[in-house]
Design a protein. Structure first.
Length: 289
């Protein structure tokens, strides 16, 4: 189980083809009395027709799939009726709420082979995607970092995207710097483009930077925080110097178009009518290194 199995299972497309992914974390809050009218239902209703229109598109779920404790009943009653409708199109990473249940066993049972060992890689078109588990510590984390180092050497793709739950930098309510600096350092050294995380329940885009928070326009890694999957919103508290765009009032998902040598992004709000008149959600495009 792990990288080799998932690489074999994922479609390997021609490098010139475009592959679209939709990403968010912090999704299904089981306190809501009816999942059909929850924030998770709203973001699922946004994503589902987009997946239907593009059979090659995929979902990256950025952890904290259910609240409060990642129990099997939460996956069955809160996640399955919403984002579970496209489980077979989803590549997940675990959050801290999954580990509130020992070993995050319901998470691994629900996603099965797609959860890997908690970390794995896959190819989408010309892009190398790497999912890491930001909850690991000690020897388990050291093994993950050793795997990441080997994975980056084994598959030195032109464009690389990594995703895990806890952001290294965030202006949200969890004080930075966060976890995974060593992973960020390896990705920066390898010329990776993007890191996606959740944890703070907001949307934030950072300028390309290194693992120490220094701007690096030439080879920096751009980090997105997308904790807007539907759980509940939290405010910005620790404003960071390299933050380029922030939104803490809207549920939604990040749309990434993975091109042969570039990427384009848009934040898609679940309720477009709540976007202030005359403004447009965050969007842009950048070439791969």
């Amino acid at each position: 189980m792990g990288a080799l199995l998932l690489l074999a299972a994922a479609p390997l497309l021609g490098a010139a083809e475009v592959y679209t992914v939709y990403a968010a974390g912090d999704i299904a809050r089981c306190k809501h009395p009816d999942p059909r009218w929850s924030g998770a239902a709203a973001t699922a209703a946004l994503v589902e027709p987009l997946l239907r229109a593009d059979p090659r598109a995929a979902v990256l779920s950025l952890g904290d799939h259910t609240y409060p404790v990642g129990a099997a009943s939460e996956f069955a009653n809160c996640y399955a009726p919403t984002w579970g409708r496209f489980r077979d199109r989803t590549w997940p990473t675990p959050g801290n709420h999954e580990y509130a249940t020992p070993g995050a066993k319901p998470y691994f049972a629900y996603f099965g082979e797609r959860a890997g060992r908690g970390y794995y890689s896959l190819r989408l078109g010309g892009w190398h995607l790497i999912s890491l588990d930001s909850n690991l510590k000690g020897a388990a984390h050291a093994a993950q970092i050793a795997w990441l180092r080997d994975e980056l050497k084994k598959d030195p793709a032109k464009c690389t995207l990594a995703f895990w739950h806890h952001p290294l930098y965030s202006s949200g309510g969890h004080p930075p710097p966060g976890r995974m600096r060593d992973a960020f350092q390896l990705l920066h050294a390898a010329g990776a483009e993007l890191v996606l995380s959740g944890h703070d329940h907001d949307y934030e885009r950072f300028a390309p930077q290194d693992a120490d928070g220094r701007l690096d326009a030439a080879r920096g890694v751009r980090q997105f925080v997308v904790g807007t999957g539907g759980a509940y919103a939290t405010p910005f508290v620790f404003f960071q110097p390299n933050s380029e765009a922030r939104e803490a009032n809207l549920d939604g998902v990040l749309e990434l178009r993975l091109l042969a040598d570039a990427y384009a992004w848009r934040f898609l709000p679940a309720e477009p009518g709540r976007v202030p008149a005359g403004s447009a959600p965050d969007h842009g495009r950048r070439a791969c290194h």
